[in-house]
Ligand binder design. Structure first.
Ligand code: UDX
Ligand code: ADP
Length: 474
């Protein structure tokens, strides 16, 4: 008896931060399977196909190498969505699912318009039996929505000799940006949720090419969908917890690094995800907790909703708290002062700026009239422009006389500046030549280190005043 559907061709709809790296790893590990990554964004696909691998639209350590090995052999980036769907035995959905900004559930629920659109495309173009795999982070019970759309088309086509059939699986992505390739190559676990045993086996077979079967978990659809939200909520909760303790450290003369180390050695707590910082960012944490809150509200679990809401409140409070400290240390006014922002991505080793704490902090400083120079080794100027909404900068109402410029050199930007503010833990910030920097700054000059990565002793001995999150008195 046949135990699984043979998979020869895979299609992934969405060539973003999840789709691109995930499919590169599958293609590399499964040379007998052809992988088509399809996207409506023509420019993005063109970038994935560029000869110069420095121009790939996603920066991830190790990604270039995989693309070099597989592209145009069994890994293809295309805008031809219809054909990619038509020939695929299995289709991954990796499209955007941002938080809704309008209508019912605005500010909490996910906007499923891209998922729905993709499901309709699949329903229209798929042939024979197709396994549809949810990869994007989605609200619990999205598989129902996808199923209903697919079913509606199937019924319409029942007259034809070989009707289309579908199995829907949930296979949430746990990759973390900046370490995506390693996370995909050596995951803690792979989760597959579904009702169709044969479809689950087919997907498990793909992962077994490089992952031990003990790490492949099979659950029902809803447990799988909820596990993704829960994992992200727990991780985000740890960060809000440690950031709340950082604030206590500052008023009690405790040291957050020492506290984190001390509690992390308790094996029940563990030492990961205990770094205090300017608050969590990225495309998942805030969105997933909002999703969880929406779900709780929907089912009348008011107290549970309030509980998770607090994790987000501490995150926003952390961003504002840091901005307030900077303003206070600079004598309560930033008007006309030049501040150098070091790092704009939401964490190191990625060019992603979605929900980066740097956005809120920069906006706060601009509102106070600061002249910012923003430096990030991987984020492009246009990206910062999008996030800070350049148009508003000219509006007195929004940012008063604050302005910002893109910095190409930390040392150049530091000239005549009043402060440097580290917001992302890029490795190069650990090795800054503070003597050279300090010599050119206006005194009293400050280093604000929200990630605790700089060499503070050197900065101090070079004449800078230093404020480290969770360590120095406010
Ligand atoms: C997260 C989850 O880790 C991943 O499993 C899921 O698939 C997607 O969401 P990602 O957003 O890429 O991944 O980054 P992550 O490393 O989790 O960091 C998220 C944010 O938390 C960053 O802004 C980071 O700087 C911050 N963070 C993380 C801390 O402030 N302290 C820590 O100890 C860890
Ligand atoms: P993620 O971090 O989840 O990968 P991204 O925003 O980086 O999110 O990528 C999502 C991609 O999905 C984008 O490149 C977007 O153009 C693509 N996309 C959205 N809707 C569709 C669709 N209907 N068909 C094809 N691609 C789509």
């Amino acid at each position: 008896m046949k135990k699984f559907y043979p998979i020869k061709k895979i299609c992934c709809i969405g060539a973003g931060y999840v789709g691109g790296p995930t499919m590169s790893v599958i293609a590399n590990n499964c040379p007998n399977i052809d992988v088509y990554v399809a996207d409506i964004d023509v420019d993005r696909i063109a970038s994935w196909n560029k000869k110069d691998l420095e121009q790939l639209p996603v920066y991830e350590p190790g990604l270039k190498n995989l693309i070099k090995k597989s592209r145009d052999l069994n890994l293809f980036f295309t805008t031809n969505i219809a054909d990619s769907i038509k020939q695929a035995d299995m289709i991954f959905l990796s499209v955007n699912t941002p938080t809704k900004i309008k209508g019912i559930g605005a500010g909490k629920a996910s906007d499923l318009k891209w998922v729905e659109e993709s499901a309709r495309q699949i329903a229209k173009y798929a042939e024979g039996h197709t396994i549809v795999v949810e990869k994007s982070t989605i609200p619990v019970r999205t598989a129902d929505t996808i199923n209903q759309i697919l079913l509606a088309y199937r019924e319409k086509d029942e007259a034809i000799s070989s009707p289309k059939t579908f199995s829907v699986l949930s296979n949430p992505e746990f990759l973390s940006e900046g370490t995506a390739i390693n996370d995909l190559q050596n995951p803690d676990r792979v989760l597959i949720g579904g009702h169709d045993e044969m479809a689950i086996e087919s997907l498990a077979f793909i992962y077994r090419h490089w992952i031990d079967k003990s790490k492949i978990l099979k659950t029902n659809l809803w447990s799988s969908e909820l596990s993704k939200l829960t994992a992200n909520a727990f991780l985000a909760q740890r960060i809000s917890s440690i950031n709340s303790i950082a604030a206590i450290c500052e008023v009690t003369s405790a040291n957050i690094n020492e506290v984190a180390n001390a509690i992390g050695m308790d094996s029940r707590i563990g030492n990961k995800f205990l770094k205090s910082g300017p608050g969590f960012g990225g495309s998942c944490f805030t969105k997933d907790i909002l999703n969880l809150i929406y779900l709780c509200d929907f089912y009348g679990l008011e107290k549970v909703a309030e509980y998770w809401e607090q994790v987000l409140k501490i995150n926003i409070w952390t961003r504002d708290r840091i901005s307030r400290i900077i303003i206070e240390k600079l004598f309560g006014t930033l008007s006309g002062k030049k501040l150098v922002v070091l790092g704009f991505s939401f964490k190191a080793n990625t060019n992603d700026t979605r929900d980066s704490s740097a956005i809120q902090i920069c906006k706060n400083l601009l509102e106070e009239g600061a002249k910012l120079e923003i430096y990030d080794p991987k984020v492009k100027k246009e990206q910062i422009e999008n996030e800070l909404n350049e148009k508003n900068l000219n509006s007195q109402e929004n940012f008063r006389d604050g302005t910002w410029e893109y910095s190409e050199s930390i040392y150049q930007s530091a000239i005549n500046s009043d402060a440097l503010i580290i917001l992302t833990e890029w490795e190069e910030f650990e090795n800054i030549n503070w003597q050279k920097i300090s010599a050119n700054m206006r005194k009293p000059a400050w280093l604000f280190d929200t990630r605790n990565v700089a060499n503070h002793d050197l900065a101090k001995s070079s004449g800078l005043l230093v404020w480290q999150l969770g360590r120095d008195l406010i």
